[in-house]
Design a protein around this ligand. Structure first.
Ligand code: ACO
Length: 274
């Protein structure tokens, strides 16, 4: 597994992440001004993910240029992502990356550390300084569903099929997906979705709060562009401060949240008029 960068780091160069290395893993990464786009690019394998995918995502997050305000995560081809590469379940595993059986044989805390590193590929997508958008078409299964959940916003197509398949395979969803899922749809619905591993289609996804917008496949790119334009129309520092406030709101009392609002506003007013 390639070295995963710490998700807190920021301010690298887009060039720090080698395009050739990413292409080998099945990823494309483009930076255009304030927008970074990550494309899962193994459409013939329905953008199945491996440990190398998650390390590369962590590297991208660790080297994200300072100017980036919006990160788009999308998938090439018929499906956003069919989840973990099923070769991981075979004794042979994925060439160069081993298998679940070889990873489970790791001694002591090394195995847990490997799983923790995988999560670093997802966690940075919630940073206050950026807004992440998942553009999801077709299947988003297991790790694919969790990658969509790792983003702040989801724009979906009307043929979307979300499925948290892990419990059906004897696993738990551990790629940071359980918390956003519960926060988006509530505990009862999250239990329903995960413990049945049933498929959620676009109408239900919209109804239960899994997505912000549903469009036809042909309109997905435009819908994402429109959302980016809306997001970039607000003040950069105010947007980051507001996202920090919103992210902290659930864990605070009204009084604590009001105090946090005041503290952020004092910083804004000083920056604007001080
Ligand atoms: N891992 C590796 N290869 C995959 C995966 C995967 N997760 N999903 C699809 N592929 C490959 C298929 O083996 C096939 O390869 P081949 O052309 O060499 O035979 C190719 O992608 C196309 O797959 P199809 O099944 O033919 O595509 P279709 O569009 O009909 O179906 C679907 C797509 C529904 C996503 C299906 O491929 C599927 O169910 N995949 C497995 C999903 C899964 O169980 N993922 C694990 C979830 S748990 C987790 O992520 C932790």
């Amino acid at each position: 597994m390639a070295g995963a960068a710490a998700p807190q780091q920021r301010g690298g160069n887009a060039e720090d992440v080698s395009a050739e290395a990413l292409a080998e893993i099945g990823l494309r990464y483009e930076v255009d001004g304030e927008i970074a786009t990550i494309t899962l690019n193994r459409p013939d394998k329905r953008n199945a993910q491996t440990f190398a995918t998650w390390s590369a995502l962590a590297d991208i997050g660790g080297n994200l240029p300072e100017q980036i305000r919006v990160v788009v995560v999308k998938g090439e081809g018929p499906s956003f992502s069919a989840g973990i590469d099923l070769r991981m379940f075979t004794p042979e595993g994925v060439p160069g990356q081993g298998s679940f059986s070889s990873a489970a044989a790791l001694e002591g805390p090394a195995f847990e550390e490997r799983l923790r590193q995988a999560q670093q590929g997802f966690l940075w997508l919630r940073r206050p300084e950026i807004v992440s958008i998942a553009a999801v078409q077709g299947h988003a299964i297991g790790a694919g569903f969790q990658l969509a959940l790792a983003c702040d916003l989801r724009i979906i197509t009307n043929d979307v099929k979300f499925c948290m398949k892990e419990p059906a395979l004897g696993l738990v969803p551990d790629l940071t997906g359980t918390k956003p899922l519960v926060e988006l749809v509530g505990l009862a619905k999250a239990i329903d979705l995960c413990l049945t591993a049933r498929t959620v289609e676009a109408d239900e996804a919209m109804r239960i709060g899994l997505a912000e917008k549903v469009v036809a496949r042909s309109d997905l790119a435009k819908a994402v562009q429109d959302k980016i334009a809306e997001l970039l129309s607000t003040n950069r520092d105010a947007a980051a401060a507001t996202k920090r406030l919103l992210q902290g709101a659930r864990g605070r009392t009204l009084e604590e949240q009001s105090a946090a609002e005041g503290a952020e506003q004092a910083k804004r007013l000083r920056a604007l008029f001080g």
